[in-house]
Design a protein around this ligand. Structure first.
Ligand SMILES: NC(=O)c1ccc[n+]([C@@H]2O[C@H](COP(=O)([O-])OP(=O)(O)OC[C@H]3O[C@@H](n4cnc5c(N)ncnc54)[C@H](O)[C@@H]3O)[C@@H](O)[C@H]2O)c1
Length: 262
């Protein structure tokens, strides 16, 4: 089958684990040359190693996306090595969950810093390179929490709602330069470390039910009757990155099995 992203230079932030790692391999399978970024060097090396065996590694980099100097420097290095970039996947994100009156200010600020300001910084410097080629695609990994508030989740929801405003505004600024900007809003990714290592146990304890019952409770909210998978997100991201989506910009696409309708 024809690869949809052959030779496309693609930065994936938060590529060390979870969805970002899966997106890196998914894009590599479609022929993209992937530049994985992460703040966690050990996981970054693991992802880069696998991309290398797939012969699709561009340039790996330990980058903190909230640090403008690190981001601009790395973009310069990629430009000198590859002549620019074609695709940015702004995936890196964090979540801390507290009831609003107990939310520590430093944790609030950190979430906004990584999920919103980090997205802005990466998109700013990616767009500078894309403007020179008058072509490019920026995809933000948002969340269903970017469209609907949720309990104990004020900072994360605020950061993700903000991400949709940023996506739309950048889409307007960059449309004249042939650059498209869209967001994907996935549902619950049960296979992610977030759910596997923390949320299942947390909710099971909070509600006094088993992990299997927690899973059932969430899946019952999904009309299509199953959790979101990495593959569901990769499919939509590959489409948005490809020329098949050439008339789409400023959108925030739900990949939720219809969950937002319930
Ligand atoms: N897991 C879910 O159910 C789910 C659902 C909807 C949306 N999302 C979104 O998907 C994205 C990925 O989520 P995940 O569950 O794979 O998370 P994860 O915690 O497994 O992975 C996030 C990666 O980002 C990296 N990172 C964190 N801060 C960084 C920084 N300042 N600079 C560079 N890298 C940094 C981490 O080291 C980690 O490797 C996030 O934006 C998240 O909001 C996740």
């Amino acid at each position: 089958m024809k690869q949809m992203l052959k030779g496309m230079i693609t930065i994936v932030t938060g590529a060390g684990r979870g969805l970002g790692e899966a997106l890196s391999y998914g894009f590599a399978q479609e022929g993209a040359i992937v530049c994985p970024w992460d703040i966690d060097e050990e996981n970054l090396n693991k992802t880069a190693g696998k991309l290398e065996t797939m012969k699709r590694l561009g340039k790996k980099a330990k980058v903190d996306i909230t640090d403008e100097k690190q981001v601009s420097k790395e973009m310069e290095l990629i430009e000198s090595e590859f002549g620019g970039i074609d695709i940015l996947i702004a995936n890196a994100g964090i979540l801390y969950s507290y009831e609003i009156t107990e939310f520590p200010e430093d944790r609030w600020r950190k979430i906004i810093e990584v999920n919103l300001t980090g997205y802005f910084i990466c998109a700013k410097y990616a767009a500078r390179l894309m403007k020179k080629k008058r072509k490019g695609v920026i995809i933000q990994i948002n969340s269903k929490s970017g469209k609907k508030g949720s309990y104990w989740n004020s900072a994360y929801a605020a950061s993700k709602f903000g991400g949709i405003g940023l996506t739309q505004s950048m889409a307007l600024d960059l449309a004249p330069f042939g650059i498209r900007v869209n967001a994907i809003c996935p549902g619950n990714l049960f296979e992610s470390p977030l759910w596997q290592k923390s949320l299942f146990q947390q909710y099971s304890k909070k509600w006094g039910i088993s992990i299997e019952e927690v899973k059932r409770k969430y899946v019952e909210q999904v009309p299509l009757g199953r959790p979101c998978t990495y593959k569901d997100v990769i499919n939509v991201a590959v489409f948005l990155a490809s020329d098949r989506a050439e008339y789409m910009t400023g959108q925030a696409i739900n990949v939720t099995g219809g969950q937002e309708m319930r």
